[in-house]
Design a protein around this ligand. Structure first.
Ligand code: PEP
Ligand code: MN
Length: 360
């Protein structure tokens, strides 16, 4: 288990169990539903906590908005019952809090882990109010990314929690709402989450494949991608009968589907110490050094071209030449079996820098 995960979870776990799995229904719908899903999830050794929506922030009015306090009451009843999670501990539940009053109710019913939802993370005033309510509670808090790909809002919410004295924090990547969601319910934009991790390597990060995908067929491939990207864990929606769910019916898995998903995930340690990688990595290093010195040579040529253009009173940007360059390189890329979109982006970057250098 990575050190940062230990820090988050030191309340109740010591085990080496990355990816940290949280699973459970989008919404708590009845005592029977919560009990059935809890019993099923308690049989799964890799499930470390059970989620259940109590208050549901819905994008449009009229949808199921959660049961509120009765749901918390059932959670407490189950946590106090003899039912045990696979590690032998009482059942641990977590839910979303969207207002300070929610925090107080969670405390009242013994919920120790909560998350701030995507719509709330986007609202610093509300994050601040929730932080005040959480201050001194000793709760563990997860912060979903804001609905828009605004890294600073996401990091800002983490900072507000820390300022309120909350030290057990995890992030959840649940995708971003774009005009074109690229075939997902929320576009993954993995690069935004990777950037979050670069800025805050101390904060464990879970992937929420259910809300990214919006469709149960996408949950497994997205989970696999997250594990390959070395995420610390997953938050997966699981319902005893997903098609009858009152919210997010299309994306929830059955407990059996979760079992097979978990057994298909590689147990990644996130560390590589395989000596056979070394000679290959050496070659990659050499190629990168060569690429960089070629780029430097190319930029020097751009500078020489710039002075000729100045003398000849030519503009820096030459549309026809740029089009010829692009077409020629894309043809070469195709014959070399390189992804043309990647090469196009790369060339645009190089050309952009060349134009910048010539304007200097
Ligand atoms: C949820 O997890 O049930 C939820 C509403 O998620 P999000 O805040 O990511 O939309
Ligand atoms: Mn949901």
């Amino acid at each position: 288990m990575s050190k940062k995960l230990c820090i988050f979870a030191n309340h109740f776990m010591e085990q080496n169990d990355k990816p940290f799995i949280i699973a459970g229904p989008c919404s708590v719908e009845s005592r029977e539903q919560l009990l059935a899903v809890s019993k099923a999830l308690c049989r799964m050794p890799r499930v470390r906590m059970i989620r259940g929506g109590v208050w549901k922030p819905r994008t449009r009015p009229g949808a199921f908005e959660g049961l509120g306090e009765p749901a918390l009451r059932w959670m407490k009843e189950i946590s106090d019952s003899p039912l045990r999670m696979a590690d032998g501990q009482p059942v641990r539940f977590c839910c979303e809090v969207a207002r300070p009053e929610h925090v107080a109710l969670c405390q009242q019913y013994g919920i120790q882990t909560v998350w701030i939802g995507a719509r709330t993370t986007a609202n610093p005033f509300m994050v601040e109010e929730i932080c005040e309510a959480l201050s001194g509670s000793g709760m563990q808090v997860m912060v979903k990314n804001p609905v828009s790909p605004d890294l600073k809002l996401w990091i800002g919410a983490v900072e507000r929690l820390q300022q309120a004295g909350i030290d057990r924090i995890m992030a959840i990547h649940r995708g971003f709402s774009m005009f074109n969601n690229l075939g997902y319910r929320n576009a993954p934009l993995w690069e935004v989450a990777l950037e979050f991790r670069r800025h805050r390597p101390d904060i464990p990060i879970l992937c929420d494949p259910s809300h990214i995908g919006g469709d149960r067929s996408l949950v497994a491939p997205l989970s696999l991608a997250a594990v390959q990207l070395d995420y610390d864990g997953l938050l997966v929606e699981v319902h005893p009968s997903p098609s009858a769910a009152l919210s997010d019916a299309a994306q929830q898995l059955t407990p059996d589907e979760l079992t097979s998903l978990l057994s298909s995930l590689p147990c990644s340690s996130g560390q590589d110490n395989d000596a056979s990688l070394e000679p290959l990595r050496k070659q990659i290093d050499d190629i990168d050094h060569e690429l960089l010195s070629l780029l430097s040579h190319r930029m020097n040529l751009s500078r020489q071209i710039a002075s000729v253009k100045r003398e000849q009173k030519l503009t820096v940007y030459q549309a026809k030449r740029w089009e010829e360059v692009m077409n020629d390189r894309l043809q070469q890329a195709e014959s070399l079996g390189l992804n043309p979109e990647f090469i196009k982006e790369l060339l645009e970057k190089i050309h952009g820098e060349s134009v910048r250098v010539q304007m200097d």
